[in-house]
Write a protein that binds this ligand. Structure first.
Ligand code: PGA
Length: 246
């Protein structure tokens, strides 16, 4: 899979232009292609990409089902736009909007209950990597928010390993660092759900993945694709990354 995360970029009109460009250029991708857009773009973009191989993701959903939560957008509302995926647990949501393991566990369950497939992000910050704690951090994030799921629920989960020090910084993890962590994550899934399910789980890499370095990152056996921020905002770059997944 190659998934784009537009973050808080693009007005509705700019988003329509980008989705239209992608619709014209993404013809026969050899991997799943997802674009993650701001909430307000979802319904419109869903119409634009209808009948194409491109799938749609929200970048978040509420941790409550419905009711008096001014400004929030529920998983049911996201699903009603035609989106199939929901990015959850992004490090920016954890850091700036204080999303805890418990909040994320609720969001994942609500997404699943409403037929959305979570793209669940995990990853350590720079200080944790420097202290050699990256494995412990990632394990706690999985145990805190998604290892409560049944094997059946797990089938709808995509993981994205995004070392926080690599996001938007131009500091990509080396292919070796990515492979090492992805293999570790897969081993945790195997311990919890068994080898078969672990092998079937899609684990994306995210963090300054771009048109130049994608092929090298995706060449690793445990790197199943990418979650792309900055480079997903330009159709030609995003298309090169999709081709790199091959
Ligand atoms: P980036 O962001 O590609 O701009 O580093 C990735 C992400 O945060 O998903």
């Amino acid at each position: 899979m190659v998934a784009g995360n537009w973050k808080m970029n693009k007005t509705l009109q700019e988003g329509v232009a980008l989705a239209t460009e992608l619709k014209q250029s993404v013809k026969n991708p050899k991997c799943a292609v997802v674009i993650g857009t701001p909430f307000i773009h979802l319904a419109t973009v869903a119409e634009i990409i209808k009948g194409t191989p491109i799938c749609l993701a929200a970048e978040n959903c509420a941790d409550k089902a419905s009711g008096a939560y001014t400004g929030e957008v529920s998983a049911a509302m996201v699903a009603s736009t035609g989106a199939q995926y929901c990015i959850l647990g992004h490090s920016e949501r954890r850091a700036y909007y204080h999303e805890t393991y418990d909040i994320l566990r609720e969001k994942v369950l609500l997404a699943l209950e409403n037929g959305l497939k979570p793209i669940f992000c995990i990853g350590e910050v720079k200080e944790e990597r420097e202290a050699g704690k990256q494995n412990e951090v990632v394990k706690a994030q999985l145990e805190g928010s998604v290892f409560n799921l049944s094997a059946e629920q797990w089938a709808d989960i995509t993981l994205a390993y995004e070392p926080v020090w690599a996001i938007g910084t131009g500091l990509t993890a080396t292919p070796e660092q990515a492979q090492e962590m992805h293999a570790y994550i897969r081993s945790l899934i195997a311990e919890k759900y068994g080898e078969q399910i672990a092998n079937d789980t899609t684990i994306l890499y995210g963090g300054s993945c771009n048109a130049k370095n994608a092929a090298e990152l995706f060449a690793n056996p445990d790197v199943d694709g990418g979650l792309i921020g900055g480079a997903s905002l330009k159709a030609p770059d995003f298309c090169t990354i999709i081709e790199a997944r091959g």
